[in-house]
Design a protein around this ligand. Structure first.
Ligand SMILES: [Zn+2]
Length: 61
């Protein structure tokens, strides 16, 4: 799989969708990478990852 930095990704904390290249922060949870528009959103996610990940996303893990 080739890395596409302009692929749109969703920040599950604030709900914003932006290209990967414009995201400020990222974290890995259960082998998946999650992107965030701000460090604060990443901290919120890391505090309670399961609360932020949508259910349909969990089913594919
Ligand atoms: Zn955000």
């Amino acid at each position: 799989m080739t890395e596409n930095i302009d692929e749109p990704v969703k920040d599950y904390v604030c709900g914003m969708v932006k290209p990967k290249s414009q995201m400020e922060a990222q974290t890995v949870y259960k082998g998946k990478v999650y992107f965030f528009c701000a460090e604060d959103d990443k901290k919120m996610f890391e505090a309670h990852p399961d609360a932020w990940i949508p259910n349909q996303e969990k089913d594919t893990m």
